[in-house]
Write a protein that binds this ligand. Structure first.
Ligand code: IPM
Ligand code: MN
Length: 364
C-alpha cells in the first residue's frame, strides 16, 4: 500500500558549492515525489556567508523560523575564504552552522561510511583493506569543546582557552541512538575516546558502560582516538557503529571518507528531538563554486537519508541509494572521481533522476 505524504522541507543551500549540490538533492527528492505521489513543498532560506552578506547574521531568525516550521531540513555547506583568511573576523559563517545545530537541538550526527565497488581503485588505500567496509559514525554534535564555556582570550591577548564539557544526559541521548542502530546492524558499538587523558572521556566510558547493560545483544568495546585513527584506515572492516564526542567525530569522519574514495560521497543526518537536518559532510569547496564540477552524491545521499530518517520512507530512500550506486558503477561521475572523463554536477544529478525513474518503472 502506498502511503502518500505531504511534507515541508527547508532548503538551506549555504555557501560555495552548497547551492549547486543541494539542487541535485532537491531534484532527487522531486523525482521520488513524482514516482511515489508524495507532495514535498520546499522553502529556501539563507545561512552562512550568504546570510552574513544579506543580514549580518550567519543564522538569521528568519532562517530559524523556516527550519522550525519544516518537517526536515536539507542543507548544503558553509564557509567562505574571505573569513578563513581573517582570524580577527567578528562574525564567521561557521558560527551559523554551530548556532543552527545548537538552536535546533541537533544532538547526533550520523555519518555512514560505505565503500563503493567502482571507486575502490581510486582510493589511496588498498582494495583488499577497504572492500566491504561499512560502518556508521555517531558523532555528538551540540556539546564538547565546540560549545564549552569558558572560552576566549586572556586580557593581554597572549593566551587562549577552550573548554570541553559533557553531561551524562548529553552522552546518554546519543549513545542510545548508537546502540539502537547497532541492534539493526552488526551488533557492535566502539566508543572512541581519550579516556587515558581526559576527564570527559572517562565520563563517556562510565556512562556508556552502564547503558550497555540494557543492550545485552550488543558488543561494546573502547578505543583511544589516536589508535582509532590508525585502525580506521588499517582495518576499517572492524567497525560497525562508532560512537564518539564532537571533535573526535569531526576528525575521524573526514579521515573515513578516504574509504569511500571521495569526501564528496558522504552524506550525514543531524538528528534533533523535533526535526532533523541532512547535509553532505564536505565543506563549501570555494575553489569549485559556480563551476558545475562539484560531486553531488553526498548531497543526493543526504536527501536519501532525509527520506528514511525524517519521514520513514525506507523504500524511497533505497531507490535513491540504488540509483547513486548504478550511476557510480557506470562511471558517470564528477572530476574528483574521474578527472579523465568527468561529468558536470548537473549531468550527474540528471542521471540520478533518470535512474530513479528507470528503477521505479522496473518495480511497478
Ligand atoms: C563538519 C564541519 C564543521 C564542523 C565546521 C564547518 C564548523 O567540518 O560539519 O564536519 O567542524 O563540525
Ligand atoms: Mn568536519
Amino acid at each position: 500500500m502506498m502511503n502518500k505524504m505531504k511534507k515541508n522541507i527547508a532548503i538551506l543551500p549555504g555557501d560555495g558549492i552548497g547551492p549547486e549540490v543541494t539542487s541535485q538533492g532537491v531534484k532527487a527528492l522531486s523525482a521520488i515525489a513524482e514516482v511515489y505521489e508524495h507532495e514535498f513543498d520546499y522553502t529556501e532560506a539563507l545561512v552562512g556567508a550568504a546570510a552574513i552578506d544579506a543580514t549580518g547574521n550567519p543564522f538569521p531568525p528568519e532562517t530559524e523560523e523556516v527550519c522550525k516550521k519544516a518537517d526536515a531540513i536539507l542543507f548544503g555547506a558553509i564557509g567562505h575564504p574571505k573569513y578563513d583568511d581573517d582570524p580577527k573576523a567578528k562574525v564567521r559563517p561557521e558560527q551559523g552552522l554551530l548556532a543552527m545545530r545548537k538552536k535546533l537541538g541537533l544532538f547526533a550526527n550520523v555519518r555512514p561510511v560505505t565503500s563503493y565497488e567502482a571507486l575502490l581503485p581510486i582510493s589511496p588505500l588498498k582494495e583488499e583493506v577497504i572492500k566491504g567496509a561499512d560502518f556508521v559514525v555517531f558523532r555528538e554534535l551540540t556539546g564538547g569543546i565546540y560549545f564549552g564555556q569558558p572560552r576566549g582570550r586572556s586580557e593581554d591577548g597572549t593566551k587562549a582557552f577552550d573548554t570541553c564539557n559533557y553531561s551524562k544526559e548529553e552522552i546518554l541521548k546519543i549513545s542510545k541512538l548508537a546502540f539502537e542502530a547497532a541492534a539493526n546492524r552488526g551488533k557492535r558499538v566502539t566508543l572512541v575516546d581519550k579516556a587515558n587523558v581526559l576527564a570527559t572521556s572517562r565520563l563517556w566510558r562510565e556512562t556508556v558502560q552502564e547503558l550497555a547493560k540494557d543492550y545485552p545483544s550488543i558488543t561494546l568495546d573502547f578505543m583511544f582516538v589516536d589508535n582509532a585513527a590508525m585502525k580506521i584506515i588499517q582495518n576499517p572492516k572492524y567497525f560497525d557503529v562508532v560512537l564518539t564526542e564532537n571533535m573526535f567525530g569531526d576528525i575521524i569522519t573526514d579521515e573515513a571518507s578516504v574509504i569511500s574514495g571521495s569526501l564528496g560521497m558522504l552524506p550525514s543526518a543531524s538528528i534533533g528531538a523535533e526535526r532533523s537536518l541532512f547535509e553532505p559532510i564536505h565543506g563549501s569547496y570555494p575553489q569549485a563554486a559556480g563551476k558545475n564540477i562539484a560531486n553531488p552524491f553526498g548531497a543526493i545521499l543526504s536527501a536519501a537519508m532525509l527520506l528514511e530518517y525524517a519521514f520513514g520512507l525506507v523504500e524511497e530512500s533505497k531507490v535513491i541509494q540504488k540509483a547513486v550506486m548504478n550511476v557510480v558503477d557506470k562511471g558517470f561521475v564528477t572530476e574528483d572521481i574521474n578527472p579523465g572523463n568527468a561529468k558536470t554536477t548537473e549531468e550527474v544529478g540528471d542521471k540520478v533522476v533518470e535512474t530513479i525513474h528507470e528503477l521505479s518503472s522496473v518495480n511497478s
